[in-house]
Design a protein around this ligand. Structure first.
Ligand code: ADP
Length: 181
């Protein structure tokens, strides 16, 4: 977990390699669906372009289908999911049904203003439709309103790890590895 632009995707790729587990980014999955012009993609596009969250039932369907694939047997890292309390509760149920459980939840922390600059640059480099300044602000607000409460949810479960997300990429990866050791 972490606000938009904090480096979840970048760090997830490093952690994926380190543990040889699969990295599931719901943002990437949704962008692929949009590119493929699928039913889910068509439903999701409007929300994403406005910086809004895609409705929970769509996300829960995606994750439920994805987690039973063979490539998740060795373990998985969820990036960008869950993002709301109903998603977190839905995830618990999906995991119970497939006899899996979470080992930990990582919260990456960083200063909001620094992140806007990073995201505007990313928007230009990758051409992401939701990385304009106005939409970024909206996504940040949604993060604080809807996703940040999950930090307490996972703290309550006793496996939350909070990591400083400011610094060089390898330095942050090491902090994460140290925290989850
Ligand atoms: P970031 O973390 O930088 O906001 P993502 O690539 O994770 O970027 O997500 C991009 C967009 O995809 C989000 O703004 C949202 O519209 C949609 N999205 C991704 N994951 C979820 C989710 N779990 N629930 C609802 N919407 C999601």
């Amino acid at each position: 977990m972490g606000p938009p632009g904090v480096g979840k995707g970048t760090q997830a790729a490093c952690i994926e390699k380190h543990f040889n587990i699969i990295h599931l980014s719901t943002g990437e999955i949704l962008r692929d669906e949009i590119e493929g012009n699928t039913r889910i993609g068509k439903q999701a596009k409007g929300f994403i372009d406005l910086g809004q969250l895609v409705p929970d039932p769509i996300l829960l369907d995606i994750i439920e289908i994805r987690l039973v694939h063979d490539d998740c047997k060795n373990g998985f890292l969820l990036d960008g999911f869950p993002r709301t309390l109903p998603q977190a509760i839905g995830l618990d149920k999906i995991l119970r049904d497939c006899h899996q459980e979470l080992d930990c939840a990582i919260s990456l922390k960083a200063d909001e203003d620094e992140l806007v600059g990073r995201l505007v640059l990313r928007g230009k480099e990758l051409g992401r439709s939701d990385d304009s300044k106005e939409i970024i602000k909206k996504r940040q607000n949604i993060y604080w309103e809807q996703t940040a409460p999950l930090i307490d949810f996972y703290r309550g479960k006793g496996f939350l790890k909070e990591v400083n997300g400011i610094g060089e990429i390898p330095e942050i990866t090491n902090r994460i590895l140290e925290a989850i050791k």
